[in-house]
Design a binder for this molecule. Sequence first.
Ligand code: PMP
Length: 350
Amino acid sequence: MKEWKKNIRQVLPYVPGEQPKQTDVIKLNTNENPYPPSPKVQEMCRQIDNLRLYPDPAAARLVNAIADYKGLDSSQVFVGVGSDDVLALSFLTFFNSGKPILFPDITYSFYDVWADLFRIPYETKALDEEFRIRKEDYYGENGGVIFPNPNAPTGILMPLADIRDILDHNQDVIVIVDEAYIDFGGQTAQELLKEYENLLVVQTFSKSRSLAGLRIGYAMGSPELISALHNVKYSFNSYTMNQPSILLGAASVEDDDYFRETTAKIIATREWFKDEMRKLGFTFPDSKANFLFAAHESVPAKEIFEAARAENIYVRYFPKERIDNYLRITIGTDEEMRKFVGFLKRYLHK
Ligand code: PMP
């Protein structure tokens, strides 16, 4: 082997869901929002100007809009290029003790990738038989804790009292709650920020704000944590947030009516879809996210996944131990979900 090859960083990258080239598909595979972003975002598009200049490295307009909306000080908000960027920087910033960080065995499959990339040791904790996170698993000595709430891909929400309990048992490390799906009926851990300065709550514009294509995520935490994130960001790339994202993201936050209306629609569709899926012989954990994680009583998930794909309906299938009989189905519009249910009825002869 050539000597230089030995020094190439070996990583097993995260595999994102498929983005099909053709447009005539029902796309229920990557938890995007089926509704367009707020019309205020469209309006703001016309005001994008001065792209010859560097953007504000602090993205102050967006940070202030988020801080105002959340009732926080801007020193408590950090923005990044999707929550993936915010989470990756958080791993780099906060998980440096050399002790293993903890996260569930079934969870967002980027966590172990970042841990490997940054050479952070980690231990995974098995979900219980009903796919719930066992809070007691996070009591021991560790280098930090991270989990999504609701968890992905299960959709199960952890009650705030359990998050508080995990924090009480983890006063010496940073605890990150990844709230990518919190706006679809969950209770945010934001109120715990007042009591726990080692808590970081991460949210995204990709799901509930219909802006996956813009790439905006943010962290909320004590000024000390936020300032540590800034230091690492400015040691890597000052201009992570481009000017259109800063302006359009702020416009989205300023239209709360639209946000409430579209998230409520998705919740209503999800609850209807749960009833339909039960009638078709599916079981699933009770999801509080914009997707359902469902297994059929007799037909293997892989077969349904492939048959749906052949009809241009894309859902997500993970060929991984414990979950390889489940499909993760994003909640689309009522019409999309009716078509998916129609396909299932035909396919399952129901
Ligand atoms: N956290 C979880 C649990 C997710 O499922 C996702 C979506 N892939 C993300 C974070 C990242 O989303 P984004 O980078 O689009 O904000």
